[in-house]
Design a protein around this ligand. Structure first.
Ligand code: G3H
Length: 540
C-alpha cells in the first residue's frame, strides 16, 4: 500500500519530464479543399496536460504546439469546399461505388499506421493518457476501421439484389446524408472522433471536422494521412472558437448531419441554430452519470475491483465511468474501507511511467470545479474518506472518495468527469431506482449482486431507464460491436460498428414497374456496370 502522499511527492514526479523529448508541433496550415492552406494570422498555443518545474519551484504546463486561430471566413471556406465535394450528391465521393470508397479508407489506414508512434506520443502529451491506454486507443481505432469495412461489405452483399413485390421491382441500398459536421471529445480524441468520422465518410458523406480542444495536435498529424487518401474537399478541418463558428455554420442550413460527443447543452444549442431542424440528422454521445448499485449480497471484492476501474480509469474522464456508487447500508463500512485502501494505493505519475493509473488532467480550471464539488459536499455533511483524497499539485489530482453524498450536493447529480468518487448508502432498493428515474441521464448502470430475484427485478425495470445494464462488471462502451447509445440527455442515435453505418446513411430505393421494357433497361445497366447504385456486383 502507498503511504500518505504529500504535495511534494506529486511535484517530484513531474521532474521525470526533464529526461523526455518534449514534442512541439508548429501548425501553420490547415487542410481545406484537398490541400494544406498556409495560415498567416494569429495562433492558439497548445499546452500539455504535463507540467514542468520552473526555477521558482512552481509547476507550469509545457507548451507543445500552436494551431491556427482561424475564424468565420475560414469556416465558411471549409463549408464551400464541402459543398463542392458533395455537389448535392453528384460529387465524386457520394457517387463512388462502395468498393471504391472502401479502397480509399484502406489506403488511409495504411497511412495512419505509419503515424502510430507519433499519435500515441501526442495522446500522452496532450491529454495525459497513460502510454498503455494511448496505445490501446490507437489500436482499438484501427480495429474499428477494419471492422467497419467488413460490416459495410456484409451490408453491401445483402443489398446486391433486386426485390419484386406487387409488380414493382426495387433495389434498396443506403445513401449518404450530405455535409456532416463532426466534433470530437478530448478524452478519446482519436477513438471516439473516428467512430463518428470514419462511418460518416465511408457511407459517402463529406466532412467538416472540428478537432477537440485538447487532442488537436494529433489530428494535424493525421490530417496528412487524410490529405493523401481522400479526394479533395471530402474532409475539411475547422479551427477557431466553437462559439464563433459553429452556430453561423448551422445557420446556413447547409449542414445535414451533426455528430458530436460532448454535452447535451452544447448539442441542443447547435441543433437549434439550424433553420430547418427536421433536415438535420443528429448522432450524439452526451452526458452521463452512470451509477453502480452494490447489493447486500454482492461479491464485495469483485464489486470493489470493478467500481475502482469503472470510476477511476483515465482519472474518471470517461463518459461511461461510474460516477456515483450506491452501496447497501449493511456492507457500506466494509466496502468504503476496502475501496479507500485500493484508491490510496493507485499509482500516480507521468503517462510513460510503468503501470501508472493516475495521470495529469488536461482541462484548464478543472481543479477549481473539482474542489468546488468537494467543498460543496463537505458543507452539506460529506467527507473525504481516503487518506490521500484531493491531494493536488500541478495538474495531478489524487482521487477523493466522498461519503455520505446525498440529494442537494453537486456530486449527487452533476457529472464530475474527473477523479472524485461519490458514495451513497441505501437501505431500500427503491432508493437507487428512484435516483435513476429522476436522473437526467440514461446511459448505463452496473448492478453488483448474487440474488437472482433482486437482479432480475432490477434488470427488467432498468433496461427501460438506460441503454445498457452491466451485471457484476463496470460500465463500458466496448466491445465496439455492441450498441452504444443512451436515453434522456445521454445520447441521440446509436453507434456501434454496424449501427453507425446506418446512422450516417438513409435507406434509398430505385423502383420501377415490372414490365418488359423496364426489365431490359435494368438488365443493361446492371450487365454493363453503368451505375454504382443499381448494381448486383458482389463485393468480396
Ligand atoms: O468516454 C466515453 C467512451 O466511449 C468510453 O469508452 O467505455 O470503452 O472506455 P470505454
Amino acid at each position: 500500500m502507498q503511504n500518505h502522499i504529500s504535495k511534494n511527492q506529486l511535484f517530484d514526479v513531474f521532474s521525470t519530464v526533464n529526461s523526455k523529448e518534449i514534442p512541439f508541433i508548429n501548425q501553420e496550415e490547415y487542410l481545406v479543399n484537398g490541400a494544406f492552406k498556409p495560415w498567416n494570422g494569429s495562433f492558439n498555443e497548445i499546452h500539455s496536460a504535463i507540467c514542468k518545474p520552473t526555477s521558482g519551484e512552481k509547476l507550469e504546463r509545457i507548451l507543445i504546439g500552436k494551431i491556427p486561430k482561424t475564424g468565420l471566413p475560414e469556416a465558411m471556406e471549409c463549408l464551400e469546399s464541402a459543398e463542392l465535394a458533395y455537389d448535392n450528391g453528384f460529387g465524386e465521393w457520394p457517387m463512388f461505388s462502395v468498393e471504391k470508397r472502401i479502397s480509399h479508407v484502406e489506403h488511409f489506414v495504411g497511412e495512419m499506421l505509419k503515424l502510430r508512434t507519433e499519435v500515441i506520443n501526442l495522446l500522452m502529451w496532450e491529454i495525459g493518457k497513460s502510454e498503455k491506454d494511448s496505445e490501446k486507443e490507437f489500436d482499438r481505432t484501427i480495429k474499428y476501421i477494419y471492422d467497419t469495412i467488413e460490416s459495410l461489405k456484409k451490408l453491401e452483399r445483402k443489398s446486391a439484389t433486386f426485390t419484386i413485390e406487387e409488380g414493382v421491382i426495387g433495389q434498396i441500398r443506403r445513401s449518404p446524408l450530405g455535409i456532416t459536421l463532426c466534433i470530437g471529445p478530448y478524452n478519446y480524441p482519436l477513438n471516439e472522433t473516428y467512430t463518428l468520422l470514419i462511418p460518416a465518410l465511408i457511407m459517402g458523406n463529406v466532412i467538416l471536422f472540428k478537432p477537440p480542444k485538447y487532442g488537436c495536435l494529433l489530428h494535424y498529424c493525421l490530417s496528412k494521412a487524410i490529405e493523401k487518401s481522400f479526394p479533395k474537399g471530402v474532409v475539411n478541418y475547422l479551427y477557431g472558437k466553437g462559439s464563433e463558428i459553429v452556430e453561423p455554420l448551422m445557420n446556413t442550413g447547409k449542414i445535414n448531419v451533426l455528430t458530436l460527443i460532448g454535452s447535451s447543452k452544447v448539442a441542443s444549442d447547435i441543433k437549434k441554430a439550424h433553420p430547418k431542424v427536421n433536415r438535420l440528422r443528429a448522432i450524439l454521445g452526451l452526458d452521463a452519470k452512470n451509477p453502480a448499485i452494490v447489493l447486500e449480497n454482492a461479491n464485495i471484492e469483485n464489486a470493489i475491483e470493478e467500481c475502482l476501474l469503472g470510476s477511476l480509469s483515465f482519472n474518471g474522464q470517461r463518459c461511461t465511468a461510474l460516477k456515483i456508487l450506491f452501496v447497501h447500508e449493511n456492507i457500506k463500512d466494509e466496502f468504503i474501507k476496502k475501496f479507500c485502501e485500493k484508491v490510496d494505493a493507485l499509482k500516480f505519475g507521468m503517462p510513460w511511467d510503468e503501470k501508472v493509473q493516475i495521470t495529469p488532467l488536461p482541462e484548464e480550471n478543472k481543479f477549481n470545479y473539482l474542489n468546488d464539488c468537494i467543498a460543496d459536499g463537505e458543507s452539506k455533511g460529506a467527507k473525504i474518506m481516503n487518506e490521500n483524497g484531493a491531494i493536488q499539485n500541478g495538474t495531478l489530482f489524487f482521487p477523493a472518495v466522498m461519503y455520505p453524498v446525498s440529494e442537494g450536493m453537486k456530486l449527487y447529480r452533476e457529472e464530475q468527469f474527473g477523479p472524485i468518487v461519490p458514495i451513497v448508502s441505501f437501505k431500500e432498493l427503491q432508493e437507487p431506482i428512484e435516483y435513476m428515474i429522476t436522473s437526467n441521464f440514461g446511459q448505463q448502470v452496473s448492478i453488483f449482486g448474487t440474488d437472482t430475484h433482486e437482479i432480475s427485478h432490477l434488470i427488467d425495470g432498468l433496461v427501460n431507464q438506460v441503454s445498457r445494464v452491466n451485471l457484476n462488471v463496470q460500465c463500458q462502451r466496448g466491445p465496439d460491436t455492441f450498441p452504444f447509445t443512451g436515453r434522456k440527455d445521454s445520447a441521440e442515435g446509436t453507434l456501434s460498428v454496424y449501427d453507425a453505418l446506418r446512422s450516417f446513411s438513409i435507406r434509398t430505393v430505385v423502383a420501377t414497374k415490372e414490365n418488359k421494357d423496364n426489365k431490359a433497361i435494368i438488365n443493361k445497366i446492371v450487365t454493363e456496370g453503368e451505375s454504382n447504385f443499381l448494381s448486383t456486383k458482389f463485393i468480396f
